[in-house]
Design a protein around this ligand. Structure first.
Ligand code: F3S
Length: 66
């Protein structure tokens, strides 16, 4: 179990996260990434997936806390 957040003050809309893990991240009309509604907490394989997306984000806007 982990909590996933996107810091929209840091996000520059690179879209890597949403392309890699569309079940966790979505792009909204403001061009920034958000955690898909209701999925701030992820489990199992999704924890590793969220970490990979966090590592791939060029501005470290994704926070994964276990
Ligand atoms: Fe933003 Fe990083 Fe995703 S810049 S769109 S959180 S890859």
């Amino acid at each position: 179990m982990a909590t996933v957040e996107v810091d929209q003050d840091l996000c520059v809309g690179d879209e890597i996260c949403a392309a890699m893990e569309p079940e966790i991240f979505e792009m909204r009309d403001d061009g920034l990434a958000y955690v898909v509604d209701g999925q701030e907490e992820v489990d199992g394989d999704m924890v590793a997936a969220a970490r990979e997306a966090a590592d791939a984000c060029p501005v470290d806007a994704i926070i994964v806390e276990e």
